[in-house]
Design a protein around this ligand. Structure first.
Ligand code: ADP
Ligand code: MG
Length: 331
């Protein structure tokens, strides 16, 4: 490793060795990991392989100034969130890394952030590709789900209750407060926990496993509640009624925003990586108890209706207008 301030450019294979060393996790089902032409992996009998890919581009998915450790963490977190949303147990990952230069300090910090979350979920990095170009990180994760137990977007029924895990809006508020002019206000303004949620999200893997085979429909909230719940509604051929006052907020969010600003973050803000799911009333109370015991409870925020579209109402039943429905590339 070079000293602080030094810049050392090394070869592709040194970077791969560095990644391999820092992200090593032993798993019996990895018959061949990093180092050959392809990984060889054993899928347990009776299980389907769940596969999901997400790309992080500098300046789009994280600020150019983001901590490298956080980029590594978040690259894995957003992918594990997709496995959580389909109810899969994480197992393996592959990493396509495009770097402007072969900087081993950057790669080591990235690998440290990645490995910290990978350890928590026993995810083995089994291969990838390392190339030169504008910074871009593409991660593919693989997991297992028993045949017939996956949590699909298409399973919602009229009358189901709608729930979200954890709290909504922190990450969007964190983004808001980490941009100028707020970024200059310093760490004593109560926005630290919000910015932390933006940079180091917690994928709800354990909660997805509790929900599988039991929730009717599920999605993870990456682009905003309205947008992502809208995907459930479209896939299920239903609509949704949301109670604005029921939306769960962290104390950190409540203490820095008024009602309108808070609702904006909760309804349209992306990057929360909470799960939004629907369940029949008969399933709901046992599920909520199990989720609460897992360390991340869920809150009922509305119900599935026949009329298409997602509507948000206040306590008086008046429609709440949502400024922007969520993040969309190319919009
Ligand atoms: P090939 O030329 O066959 O594509 P590479 O030289 O690209 O092989 O990679 C050598 C080995 O290192 C392969 O097993 C590959 O999966 C792994 N690898 C390359 N880049 C990464 C990375 N960023 N993360 C994890 N494994 C990687
Ligand atoms: Mg290659």
């Amino acid at each position: 490793m070079p000293g602080v301030g030094a810049r050392l450019i090394v070869a592709e294979f040194d970077l791969i060795a560095l990644i391999r060393e820092r992200c090593a996790i032993a798993r019996d089902d990895v018959r061949q990991g990093i180092g050959d032409d392809a990984a060889l992996l054993a899928v347990p009998a009776g299980q389907l392989l769940a596969v999901s890919t997400d790309t992080l581009v500098a300046g789009v998915h994280f600020p150019q100034s983001a901590k490298v450790y956080d980029i590594g963490w978040k690259a894995l977190a957003v992918n594990l969130s997709d496995l959580a949303a389909i109810g899969a147990t994480p197992a393996w990952a592959t990493l396509a890394l495009t770097l402007p230069e072969a900087d081993p300090r950057w790669v080591a910090e990235f690998a440290n952030g990645f490995a910290a979350l990978a350890q928590q979920h026993r995810v083995a990095l089994v291969g990838g590709d390392t190339t030169q170009g504008p910074l871009s990180i593409t991660l593919t994760v693989h997991g297992f789900v028993p045949e017939g137990a996956a949590l699909l977007r298409s399973g919602a029924h009229v009358g189901d209750s709608i729930f979200v895990t954890g709290t909504l809006g922190d990450a969007a508020a964190g983004l808001h407060f980490s941009l100028p002019p707020h970024a200059e206000e310093g760490a004593e303004d109560g926005t630290g926990p919000l910015i932390a949620r933006l940079n180091r999200p917690t994928p709800r893997v354990a909660q997805g496993l509790i929900l599988r085979g039991r929730a009717a429909a599920c999605i993870d909230i990456s682009d905003g509640l309205i947008a992502d719940l809208g995907h459930i509604c479209t896939a299920s051929g239903v609509g949704a009624e949301i109670d604005a006052d029921a939306l769960p907020a962290s104390s950190a969010l409540s203490s820095v925003s008024d009602t309108d600003a808070r609702r904006g973050f909760q309804l349209s803000g992306g990057d929360d990586y909470e799960l939004c799911f629907t369940a029949a009333a008969a399933e709901a109370s046992v599920l909520l108890g199990d989720l609460a015991r897992s360390g991340c409870g869920a809150t009922r925020i509305g119900h599935i209706a026949a009329e298409p579209g997602v509507r948000v109402r206040d306590a008086a039943g008046k429609l709440v207008t949502v400024p922007r429905s969520g993040w969309e590339h190319f919009a």
